[in-house]
Design a protein around this ligand. Structure first.
Ligand code: NDP
Length: 283
């Protein structure tokens, strides 16, 4: 039987709809949530992501501003801009779009964002809070993945979850969220031996690599929940995930498409964090 398609686009639209109500309540108290995105350099994909985030802000009534800086921006100028936004009362969330130009130290830059405005959840303080299970901002992509799994009706407690990819922004925080929900978690990466055998153990399989069709049907346990985080631009200009969707959907129990799966949820969770930051600023 073909898998249930997990519709991230409609789930994200529902979430954004409920966020509009939260925004209206804040506006009634004299606070409009605001998000500032810093875009350093001219990476075309980053430009698209930042534009989509600004559009989602407009759609939910969140104020947004995009701060474009040249590819050769100095670290000092970038840090000064972050400091200014940290102090700006109209801005509740500050994000620095990744990847940064190579000459910049991403750790230093991300840690310059005030933890209270770090709506991407990439500051060491917020990632540390996640490790300890304390309150803090959780990165949007892993948070969105958890919502999608829940929406698919899958209870991860006691089940085998396999994540392919160990980045600080997706794989590692996602492993912590799955652990919090009592999954048994395995993280794979480029040095994993026999990825197929490990992946086949998964009740929940998450691919966050950036290689089109890395996950084939023979790597998937029948009935598994498959979440595809990957975004790959193919030679013909189309987008594809890391999962061979057409073949895997015949085996999986549920699966996210690309586009229309994790991507819209990432943005919705970012807006949710921005609204939360605004709420916390007046609590
Ligand atoms: P990174 O490049 O930071 O990490 C990729 C991970 O994949 C690394 O851990 C790497 O291993 C691992 N990997 C590479 N090749 C293999 C392989 N052959 N087998 C197993 N593991 C492998 O990527 P990100 O985490 O930033 O992003 C991953 C993908 O998700 C990208 O396509 C990105 O565009 C997409 N993405 C999508 C988002 C969304 O909203 N939908 C948001 C963020 C990212 P190692 O550590 O050993 O190098």
């Amino acid at each position: 039987m073909a898998a249930k398609i997990i519709d991230g686009k409609s789930l994200a639209a529902q979430l954004r709809h409920s966020l509009k109500t939260a925004v209206a309540a804040l506006v009634a108290r004299g606070v409009r949530p605001g998000l500032a995105a810093i875009l350093a350099g001219d990476d075309p994909a980053s430009r698209v992501y930042v534009r989509n985030k600004a559009r989602a802000c407009d759609d939910t009534g969140v104020h947004s501003e995009i701060h474009e800086l040249p590819e050769n921006v100095s670290e000092r100028t970038l840090l000064e801009r972050i400091a200014r936004l940290n102090a700006d009362r109209a801005v509740h969330g500050v994000l620095v779009q990744l990847p940064l130009p190579r000459h910049l130290d991403a750790h230093r830059v991300l840690d310059a964002v005030s933890p209270a405005k770090d709506v991407d959840g990439f500051h060491a303080a917020n990632l540390g809070a996640l490790v300890q299970g304390r309150p803090g901002f959780v990165p949007g992509t892993p948070a969105g993945v958890m919502r999608l799994i829940e929406h698919a009706g899958v209870d991860v407690a006691g089940r085998q979850a396999v994540i392919v990819g160990r980045s600080n922004i997706v794989g590692k925080p996602l492993a912590l969220l799955l652990l919090q929900k009592d999954a048994t978690v395995t993280i794979c990466h480029s040095r994993t031996r026999d990825l197929a055998a490990v992946a086949r153990q998964a009740d929940v399989l998450i691919a966050a690599v950036g290689r089109p069709r890395l996950i084939t049907a023979s790597m998937v346990k029948p009935g598994a929940c498959v979440i595809d985080v990957g975004i790959n631009r193919l030679a013909d200009g189309k987008l594809a995930g890391d999962v061979d969707f057409d073949a895997v959907k015949e085996i999986a129990g549920s699966i996210t498409p690309v586009p229309g799966g994790v991507g819209p949820m990432t943005i919705a969770m970012l807006i949710a964090n921005t609204v939360r930051a605004a709420e916390l600023s007046i609590e």
